[in-house]
Design a protein around this ligand. Structure first.
Ligand code: FES
Length: 108
């Protein structure tokens, strides 16, 4: 059994050269909201869920992006309601949120 049941990584990469990056598209606020929501739901901790910062995940064209393991499911999101759905459906119940999936061909 793994230490965490599920792990979600948010790209919080910030680029200062004007190129698109997740940080310029609300990634930090989404990350903070996810942490709060997971904690409030009692999902945080060993055997449960961990919410982590990440650097560039190299799928910037679809940003902001996050990935959930162990399923390796990639999401893109717009607002707090999207994050709530990822937490409630995927992180809590293991049900993938199809409408927020990042298209498989999207890269940098
Ligand atoms: S800047 Fe977020 S995936 Fe590259």
């Amino acid at each position: 059994m793994s230490y965490y049941e599920r792990h979600i990584f948010f790209c919080l990469n910030q680029r200062d050269n004007g190129e698109a990056c997740c940080a310029s598209q609300g990634a930090e606020a989404a990350f903070n909201h996810c942490k709060s929501r997971v904690k409030a739901a009692g999902l945080a901790g060993p055997g449960k869920v961990r919410v982590n910062r990440a650097g560039c995940l190299d799928r910037c064209a679809g940003g902001p992006v996050a990935v959930v393991y162990p399923e390796a499911v990639w999401y893109t999101f717009v607002d707090e309601a999207d994050i709530d759905e990822i937490v409630d459906s995927h992180l809590q119940r293991g049900e993938v949120v199809d409408r927020l999936l990042l298209a498989p061909h999207i890269g940098r």
